[in-house]
Ligand binder design. Sequence first.
Ligand code: MLT
Ligand code: ZN
Length: 479
Amino acid sequence: MSKPQHSSGLMPVPAHLQKYIDQRDWLNELRDLFYPEFISVDAAELEHFGRDWTRVYTPDPLAVVFPRTTLEVSHFLKWCFDRDIAVVPSGGRTGLAGGAIAARKEIVLSLDRMRDIGPVNVLERTVRVQAGAITEAVHIAAKPQGLLWPVDFASKGSSTVGGNIATNAGGVRVIRYGLTRNWVLGLTVVLMDGRILELNGALEKNNTGIDLRHLFIGSEGILGVITEAVLKLEPLPPESDVMLLGVLDLPHVFKLFERVRQSGQALQAFELMSRDCLNVIREVRGLQVPLSPAAEYGVLIEVERPYTDEILESWLSAPGVVDGVMAQSPAEARQLWELREGVAETLSGMGILHKHDLSLPISRLEAFMSEWATRIPRDYAGFTPYVFGHIGDGNLHVNVMKPESMSVEAFRARCAEMDHDLFSYVQECQGSVSAEHGIGLNKRHLLKYTRTPDEIALMKAMKQVFDPKGLLNPGKIFE
Ligand code: MLT
Ligand code: ZN
């Protein structure tokens, strides 16, 4: 028999926490152990720090703490470990899978006051940072040295390095640089019982058994709290050009991709937006979209220089490319990127969305997308799918908007049916239910479409090793 769950899908608050809810003397104990501003129970802060960018669960943390050092994190986790109090690590909370939600009286451990960025080591091409450092701040610190931390996405002004690493974040440069995992040399991690692990330092090569660092990358905060990292930097790329091409239909998008790939030119991005996405960018966000309505898709390409006129010409004259613009200045390049990066935010402001972040081998993506484009109007009448994503990485985002006439409950129920269809098909095509957003709370029920029972059992066994009491980010990835 399955365990009883709240209607929210979450387990009930553990009974032993009632005394912490009723009596607040433990707050003073923590203030004495650390300092007064270490902990907050201010209602607005609890609401703010108890949630991420998903809006599915109602935040309900017990408190939020703001340590400044790894040692403070260690002492605090040990304190919680001894009292069986669960903890939710919290970075920029820009995640889209509910991985940073505290809805069951956990204490939120915010890394907001751990934002130090050390000096850039030009010889090593590394920088040591605290986990709360903002992604874009790392870019800014590295740039004067001619270096780059190539983890990049629309939320880089709010997301944190710790969150990027804990979710092995993707983004808009994966086609060029791969996922966050590639750009992390060392980690400092605190386990729930307070033990501190220093993993790999600043070593590029270290062949000494299992590299534990990689267990923490992408583990969504369920194994340990990442407090510091040594990031690997890359020389800034050559200047690049950004273009937006209008493409007639899906088969031509993939033919264009093949042509672009085969040219051998270094790409910084190959991104897709459907006409529906471009329309909301135009009509709702009020931005100018310099493409004719004949184009069913917009493709944003960022290409490194140098390249020849012949290469460019062959892309622009590819069959099915109906029009296009090329940015003539960095400001224009920014404007083109705004069209792509604004899609998700604009859609979120328009209504209730059901979001997908799926991944497929690129060679199967076209067939998958056309099959799905047939199934949605046939089987899910009234659903408007907004299709966009990092198509050059095989990563598709499909956002389905709740029809106005449908109740939220009916919409959620219908989406659950659709998910089963969609992800059974993803499984058949050897894809993944989450390319870059993670599993968190939102996609736990989908894990089985990508991971086998053996894999899930091994993940659970690993959780048991690192966090035997199940206190760290409980309920995320799996119950
Ligand atoms: C994006 O590619 O724009 C992001 O992953 C956001 C999203 O999918 O909602
Ligand atoms: Zn994305």
